[in-house]
Design a protein around this ligand. Structure first.
Ligand code: TUI
Length: 316
């Protein structure tokens, strides 16, 4: 059994979070992961306050286990969803794509454990000072909006810089990678890409097939010019976008911004994986089978335990 402060303090069977993936992480996936013994997380990214409230209530119907909400700080609805998590009695909030400092006092006062995603040591330190319960150190292997450092470089530097627990994210889809994250000093992991093909995940089958067919080098990063790099699976969308992105004189920033808007929804909910944006991490090439969230988690932790138990063989 693998047990750390993360599962023990949050009442989970396993120290694993499901990434709060925009347009993906709904009540069905979050409840599936929570019922499987991890922390399911609803993405507030694509919801206004009332839509988030409805999703939270749906999730409460589907599980009596703890689940969290991810607040994407670039969302136009961030202020209203920040209140809804308090009103609905959510116990764990993760944040992404910014500094949640402005909302921390309100969440802490409500007894919420705040666990921000950090792409750097500086933000990790700031979050510790602001009262974060833990941080998620997310490397650029991840799908979606990413920072500059890799998981291998970022996690140990964050571990050395703060005294709160560190959860590793980015590039984790099996038990070997969980074991490696623990070796870097993490006491929990967050997994996104593998859960895209969970039975409980309600995205289009076309999106799932794109992940299942992906090879190691099939993800690319777009959006650097606008300052929000995003990793997704190479397709017509990324080819068109990249052409426009490196043609600054012809395609102005506003038009580029417009090209990205709605593309994720088109793939995740509309099933158009050619013109849509299929966010996924570099581990997409390892994700080969659709399983229940429970099957995934049990398999990953069994492998992690075997890997960690076997690690001493290298020490002579
Ligand atoms: O947030 C994510 N992943 C996401 S959000 C998203 S929705 C989106 N769509 C289009 C463009 C942009 C976003 C899709 N995937 N992961 C967590 C994450 N947070 N990665 C990087 C960061 C981050 C970056 C800068 C966190 C904090 C930060 O702080 C800057 C500052 O203000 O100090």
């Amino acid at each position: 059994m693998i047990s750390t402060v993360i599962n023990e303090s949050l009442g989970l069977e396993f120290p694993i979070f499901q990434g709060g993936m925009a347009w993906v992480a709904d009540a069905s996936l979050a409840a599936g992961v929570s019922n499987a013994g991890g922390l399911g997380i609803i993405a507030a990214m694509n919801s206004n306050g009332e839509q988030l409230r409805e999703e939270i209530r749906k999730c409460k119907q589907l599980t009596d286990k703890p689940f969290g909400v991810n607040i994407m700080l670039m969302s136009p609805f961030v202020a209203e969803v920040a209140d809804v998590v308090v009103e609905e009695g959510i116990k764990v909030v993760t944040t992404g794509a910014g500094n949640p400092g402005k909302y921390m006092a309100k969440w802490l006062e409500a007894g919420i454990k705040v666990i921000p995603v950090v792409p750097s040591v500086a933000l990790a330190r700031k979050m510790e000072k602001d009262g974060a319960f833990a941080v998620i150190a997310e490397g650029g292997e991840s799908g979606g909006h990413i920072g500059d450092l890799t998981t291998m470089a970022l996690v140990p530097q964050v571990v050395d810089a703060v005294s709160i627990p560190v959860i590793a994210a980015g590039g984790i889809a099996d038990g070997r990678q969980i074991a490696a994250a623990f070796m870097l000093g993490a006491v929990g992991v967050q997994v996104g890409t593998r859960f895209l093909v969970a039975k409980e995940c309600t995205i289009s089958q076309e999106y799932k097939n794109k992940v299942l067919k992906a090879k190691d080098i099939d993800t690319v990063v777009t959006g650097k010019r606008l300052g929000h790099p995003v990793r997704s699976i190479r397709n017509s969308f990324t080819r068109e976008y990249t052409k426009a992105e490196y043609n600054a004189s012809v395609v102005p920033d506003e038009e580029l911004e417009q090209m990205g808007t709605g593309a994720l929804r088109l793939a995740a909910r509309g099933g158009d994986v050619s013109k849509g944006c299929v966010l996924a991490g570099q581990v997409a090439g390892m994700v080969k089978k659709e399983q229940t969230a429970r099957e995934m988690i049990v398999e990953m932790f069994e492998q992690a335990e075997n890997t960690l138990n076997g690690a001493a063989k290298w020490v002579k």
